[in-house]
Design a protein around this ligand. Structure first.
Ligand code: HEM
Length: 217
């Protein structure tokens, strides 16, 4: 039986509170063009470079939250993405990828936000939810589309593989249970939902700049 979170819990409020932002992110020009095959591997590589900066900051926050009595339950080693992104970047750009990637202004803004608030539990929950549940959901579709449209194999797309998670759906349910068990106060829940909306906006802003850099054919 699937686990259904009761109404009004953090996981439900996060999902409901970001529904509109999710739709906007999904339909953003760059994402739509990348997913429909009108861009190229270079556009995907640029996205991967932005993700490297974002996950480096997010996973630095995870290291702090790991030592928080309430937050530790939300830090899963099997979600860690930085090593996989680094392998992807080495494949996409070559061994000197660190010299070749560039971080867009919107990515720097996103990273700054993570540095500013990412270690506070409600905000961490919001940012980790937005990225990791997204990677375990729509991210899986992104991986298939990159393979279908751009002739990519598994190299360069390890970001979307979670080898230590055998079944994604039960894991996502577990993650939602952990969110709901954080015992945030009502005020903290409000902060978390607001921050998740902000996290989606920050992602969208990165897509807008990627769209300008990769207008497509
Ligand atoms: C290519 C564009 C995208 C597609 C096709 C897509 C697709 C999906 C789908 C089908 C689900 C539902 C999965 C399920 O119920 O198990 C989902 C959930 C989710 N997506 Fe996306 N998504 C996209 C972009 C994004 C972006 C850019 C973000 C945020 C950065 C994001 C964050 C999320 C989150 C947090 C969830 C979990 C919702 C919840 O159950 O609470 N997605 N996505």
């Amino acid at each position: 039986m699937p686990v259904v979170a009761p109404e009004g819990t953090l996981s439900v409020l996060l999902r409901d509170g970001t529904r509109r932002e999710h739709e906007q992110a999904e339909n953003e020009g760059f994402v739509a063009r990348l997913m429909s095959g009108s861009l190229d591997v270079a556009a995907y590589a640029d996205l991967a470079a932005q993700q490297h900066a974002v996950y480096t900051a997010l996973e630095q926050a995870s290291e702090a939250v790991r030592h928080d009595a309430r937050g530790e339950a939300l830090v899963f080693d099997e979600l860690t993405r930085v090593p996989a992104i680094e392998r992807d970047l080495a494949h996409l750009y070559g061994p000197d990828w660190r010299e070749r990637v560039r971080t867009l202004p919107a990515t720097r803004t996103y990273v700054e936000r993570l540095h500013d608030v990412g270690t506070r539990l409600p905000q961490y929950a919001a940012h980790a939810y937005t990225r990791y549940l997204g990677d375990l959901s729509g991210g899986q579709i992104v991986q298939r589309m990159m393979q279908r449209h751009y002739g990519m194999g598994s190299a360069g797309l390890e970001f979307y593989d979670f080898p230590e998670i055998s079944r994604l759906k039960p894991f996502k349910d577990l993650y939602r249970e952990r969110l709901d068990a954080l015992a945030l106060t009502p005020d903290e829940i409000d902060v978390a939902v607001g921050e998740a909306r902000e996290a989606f906006r920050l992602n969208r802003a990165v897509f807008v700049e990627l769209g300008e850099a990769h207008p497509g054919r």
